[in-house]
Write a protein that binds this ligand. Structure first.
Ligand code: GRF
Length: 203
């Protein structure tokens, strides 16, 4: 399968996915990495793995629609089977999301449906939760709202800060994102209007 990864930052999840394609665990290749920011470490990771990189600065566009249209054109030039959002910090238009329906995944740093949006680690702490984590889900038009494929859990200890929690969650992210991509590429997991289909059954 042909995978295009969208990033805005350090790309540690991108790295975990690249590693899993190189080891043969994922039946696919990252064929391109697109960032909305130049000079992010994720682009270096891609270049180090000889993966094509694209930078599209959202600030150079006068609307979300025109930015997303330009992204679609770039992405589709790589004829992807799967789009992976890995720390891509832009809200996507309904047109973009519909165009990749059923073939776009995101990772969110909370146990969805809890804590959609930003500052998830602090919100889990403020709520006095004893457990936190991350979720890989198919992307639908509802922000952080598409059907979940897999979750990773961590316990919250009394001395945890938002930073320590973020680190713990990142470890889990690097486990579950390659796993979800592995399932998708092996055609074990897919999206349907009824939710995630796993090994032929609506999960
Ligand atoms: C992760 O925490 C992910 O959950 C969130 O953005 C972060 C990306 O980190 N959506 P990295 O760029 O993969 O290191």
């Amino acid at each position: 399968k042909r995978i295009v990864v969208l990033i805005s930052g350090s790309g540690s999840n991108l790295q975990a996915i690249i590693d899993a394609t190189q080891s043969g665990r994922i039946n696919g290749d990252v064929v391109a990495v697109l960032s909305n920011k130049a000079d992010v470490f994720g682009l270096e990771r891609a270049a180090n793995a000889n993966i094509a990189t694209e930078v599209l600065n959202h600030k150079a566009f006068d609307s979300r629609e025109s930015f997303d249209a330009a992204m679609m054109q770039l992405i589709d030039g790589h004829t992807p089977d799967l789009i992976v959002l890995a720390g891509f910090m832009r809200i996507l238009t309904p047109e973009f999301v519909r165009h990749y329906e059923g073939r776009m995944l995101n990772i969110h740093p909370s146990l969805l449906p809890k804590y959609k949006g930003l500052h998830t680690h602090q919100r889990a702490l403020d709520a006095g939760d004893t457990e936190h984590g991350c979720t890989v889900h198919f992307v639908t038009e509802e922000l952080d709202g598409g059907p979940s494929l897999v979750q990773g859990r961590v316990s919250i200890d009394p001395d945890d800060s938002s930073e320590s929690l973020q680190q713990k969650v990142h470890v889990r992210e690097h486990q579950i994102y390659p796993l979800a991509v592995e399932w998708f590429c092996a055609e074990r997991a897919s999206w349907s209007s009824e939710g995630v289909v796993f090994d032929g059954q609506v999960a």
